[in-house]
Design a binder for this molecule. Structure first.
Ligand SMILES: Nc1nc2c(c(=O)[nH]1)N[C@H]1C(S)=C(S)[C@@H](COP(=O)(O)O)O[C@H]1N2
Ligand SMILES: [Mo]
Length: 424
């Protein structure tokens, strides 16, 4: 078998070798032998490599995040002077942590402006000296498919602030809101079960009061001076310009986002999208495709691609194309120490970031849940015609996108479809 494989390889360019690999034309033993070559050892097709070299960085520069803030005016657009006046700068900020007046929790020491016990930024940083943590997270809006940005978020676990209030009893939930131009109609609030605040399920990092992104103070646009960050949540739980936290005996959610038919309990989903592919390509040219996958709480095992000839019949009962001839794409390895992007200080993952090795700055696993990974594939040339390109993920539980949570209002995971025209 090894001999015939050598012979087979000698006869084909490196390029075509990969097609055979991917399409399983080489026998199982040949496949096993080839798979021992690491991805780095196989020089990539130049067109594909070029597309890979142009990919976005994994982390996002804070000011490049897409912004979906509400408010009239948007709190981050206020002048520095006004932000000082309303407590949105580090030296003027203070946070009230109190019982919900309508569903009272028993707190021995609520933190209030009235009593002069509200938490200021200095006190938060003091807590940070002992308790601060950092973790990586992709910020994705429940209602927008493309992530707004990816970053390393740093702050103090919310439970440390809860303990300052000497909580006694009748606490089932916490809800919180940010500065809203002193107009009750503009309040944007979110909530969490108290369990999630006190304990971290499934190896998740804690919920934090966040003041740094990618190693720098939060910018006004990202929610300065302090926002909530919930590792596994969609954007709407991550309240910016945080001013109030209420511990409550209410037993159910009261998020602003429950309006508009949103599923407010949904955690980040796993899905794939393309970033580059030729919209038009010649019939003798292979097709380089790149993209990203969001690894949700279910993790990411594979990204797959399928190019279907338009008009070709497909079973209507198979809504999610589970029986299509999907082909595995290459999930690109994690960026090396200096390739992360995001304007990190010294281009390095901050020391102590959960899930990363302190010495090397390498992630302990890749792809990493709650982060993006990039992928690439060179598909073989096709006969002239019109085609539909699709990509999907298989999560770490083996579920193919859009399963197991296909419904739109718990986060976008519809299988992406793009047109490709092949010309003679
Ligand atoms: N105070 C406040 N916080 C907010 C919002 C808002 O409008 N006001 N928008 C939320 C929504 S819907 C999303 S998707 C995220 C976006 O976070 P980002 O602006 O850092 O990308 O912020 C959340 N936090
Ligand atoms: Mo959002």
């Amino acid at each position: 078998m090894a001999d015939s494989l050598d012979h087979f390889l000698a006869e084909h360019s490196r390029l075509s070798r990969r097609y055979f690999l991917r399409y399983g034309v080489a026998g199982a033993a040949g496949l096993a032998a080839l798979n021992q070559l690491s991805a780095e050892d196989q020089s990539r097709d130049p067109a594909l490599q070029k597309a890979i070299d142009k990919l976005e960085t994994n982390l996002t520069v804070p000011k490049v995040f897409r912004d979906v803030s509400r408010g009239n005016p948007k709190p981050h657009s206020l002048s520095e002077e006004k932000r000082k006046e309303v407590g949105l700068t580090r030296d003027t900020w203070s946070l009230e942590v109190i019982s919900d007046p309508e569903n009272k929790a028993r707190l021995g020491n609520p933190l209030t402006k009235e009593k002069g016990t509200a938490l200021n930024f200095e006190a938060l940083l003091k807590l940070g000296e002992k308790h601060a943590i950092r973790f990586s997270k992709v910020m994705t809006c429940l209602n927008i498919r493309t992530p707004l940005g990816t970053g390393i978020w740093e702050g103090v676990p919310l439970r440390e602030i809860l303990w300052l209030t000497k909580p006694r009893d009748n606490i089932r939930r916490v809800f919180y809101n940010g500065y809203h131009n002193d107009d009750p109609k503009q309040i944007f609030k979110s909530s969490l079960p108290i369990d999630r605040v006190l304990e971290d399920p499934d190896g998740l990092p804690p919920v934090i009061l966040c003041y740094k992104l990618n190693g720098e103070w939060l910018t006004p646009e990202r929610g300065a001076p302090v926002r909530m960050v919930i590792p596994e949540s969609y954007g709407f739980k991550n309240i910016k310009w945080l001013t109030h936290i209420y511990f409550s005996n209410l037993f159910h959610a009261n998020d602003t986002y429950a309006n508009g038919n949103n599923d407010i309990d949904s955690t980040l989903k796993t899905y794939a999208s393309t970033l580059s592919f030729p919209k038009q390509v010649k019939s003798n040219q292979p097709i380089p495709i790149t993209g990203y996958a969001q690894a949700g709480t279910a993790g990411l095992a594979k990204v797959q691609v399928w190019i279907q000839k338009n008009g070709e019949k497909f079973s209507r009962d198979d809504r999610y194309f589970t029986t299509a001839p999907w082909v595995d794409a290459e999930i690109l390895s994690a960026p090396t120490a200096h390739q992360w992007g995001g304007d990190l200080p010294d281009n390095k993952i901050p020391i102590g970031t959960i899930g990363f090795d302190n010495k090397t700055g390498k992630p302990n696993t890749w792809p990493m849940p709650l982060m993006k990974a990039h992928w690439a594939i060179l598909m073989p040339a096709l006969p002239a015609g019109k085609y539909t390109l699709r990509c999907r993920t298989i999560d770490a539980n083996g579920k193919a996108q859009p399963m197991p949570r296909p419904f739109r209002k718990s986060g976008h995971v519809a299988i992406e479809q793009k047109d490709i025209v092949v010309t003679t």
